[in-house]
Design a protein around this ligand. Sequence first.
Ligand code: M6R
Length: 607
Amino acid sequence: MCGIVGVIAKRPAAGLLLEGLRRLEYRGYDSAGLATLEGGKIARRRARGKIRALEDRLREEPLPGVTGIGHTRWATHGKPNEANAHPHATGQVAVVHNGIIENYKELRRELEQKGCVFQSETDTETVAHLLSVYLREGASPAEAAAKALPRLEGAFALAMIFAGHEGLVIGARRGSPLAVGHGEGEMYLGSDALALAPLTSRVTYLEEGDWAELTADGAVFHDAGNNIVSREAQQTALSGAMIGKAGYRHFMLKEIFEQPGVVGDTLASLIDPETGRVALPDLPFKWNAIQKISIVACGTAYYAAKTAKYWFEQVAGLPVEVDIASEYRYRSPPLHDKGALMVISQSGETADTLAALRFAGERGQKTLAVVNVPGSSIARAADGVLQTHAGPEIGVASTKAFTAQLAVLACLALDCARTRGAVDETRLDALTQALRAVPGHINAVLQKSASIREAAQILAEARDMLYLGRGLYYPIALEGALKLKEISYIHAEGYAAGELKHGPIALIDEDMPVVVVAPHDALFEKTASNIQEVMARGAKVLVVTDEKGASSLDPPPFWQLALPEIDPFAAPLVCVVPLQVLAYETALAKGTDVDQPRNLAKSVTVE
Ligand code: M6R
């Protein structure tokens, strides 16, 4: 959460910093701010709300200077107001911060006793005062950083500028990512390479515990023990063009409509066009050598993991444990000596997922990461990586990253099944073919958006909703409910349809719409009974099914959408799409902020 940028430029810094912040706004949008050096003194502009509020402020009061730092905030400590907006500054230093300083209360007490006067409720301001104390004692900026950083507990990325030190930015990382960008006589810092893409494609990622002194001539890297170390620069393939909406009203809608291409690209990267069979790069473990795989993730990626559990267990016969990263990392699970760990993450920066990966890796498990952002912290920490080819996902609600994750996981399950001899070649070929048909089926579903829009008008009036599914459609129901609550703020719960009678049915009345995901598979009749049970209790039922399912529901539900018929193995990738559109259209009907819903951020880099 929070995006940070820094520049040492030959031209005005404010415009460059703003450009970087716009590309980082997905990380948080509670407030934004810049600080530069103006005649050697620190000057700041900050504004509550999104970056456009800061732009308005800068139009009224421009900010000169060629050295500066910037921040877009997702509030952790302190309300999202201007006083708590970054940069936090004393006369000597200005600091921007992503992450949490866990021992800030002790530090604040100590600093107040030394006479420091705090202006905000944030943990970050302690860093600015701590640095100032060392500077006042005579330390140089680098010496102050070297003394202050070991005193900070928690996970953070920091960027700092110092009064009287034109052309110097210091950056530090522990737990949160930070990239150094190399320009022509200019240097940059950013939370990710995307922020730096308009400025340079040459970046160096700071390693865990590193800090770096940037001047116009280059960067000096230090490790956590303050030793000077060398860190390689690498070329990134990210485009400097601002990622646009391509004529769509929202990023989320654009990303929903990109799914046929994204799933197609991801499958193409894993299926040999000659043989039509899954052909993966070398994995860090052999399927035959493991007896169990643990899959760990958060949010939407966790629901992808839950879907994969069905695939691995049904098709490949491999036992799978699925866990939420924030639970896994702290429950100290006993690790199977013939086990492996897989993590799934769009951003590759989710703090809990990264910690889970490290937990298992440090205990000798081989680790595989399914990530969308190459070069991300998770990609770099794992023993092996499979990339989802979703491209940058900007909408906070994940859509195309999910279907791309499912595409990778389905291919992994098929690879596992073949290696373990769990399925014969004919069936494997049929399943691979079913996957290859998915982009066309998603396209067909997207043509039905108008009908989904009608259903959304019903949901927009609801306060609470249930989403039901069985088997492979249960995780899809969970994902549908998450999408709806994230962007429409309607309370929605996903349940395994068979659980209905064990409690949730008590909630059903005419004010509680129920969405059921039920293509005609082996469990269809059971779910059809659940549909009748909720209809009998007055609920408006909306069913996502296929032609066969639609013709067998009698009496028909309030609304139904018939998808093309597809092998149940591949159906989750298709069934989730109408739920995404339903959530989008409901949010639109309610007038909420679809791409940047309240309280959320795209990348959760704090616990
Ligand atoms: O970047 P990650 O895939 O690790 O993110 C995990 C979750 O934070 C993310 O999926 C979140 O739940 C989305 N807002 C869901 O739409």
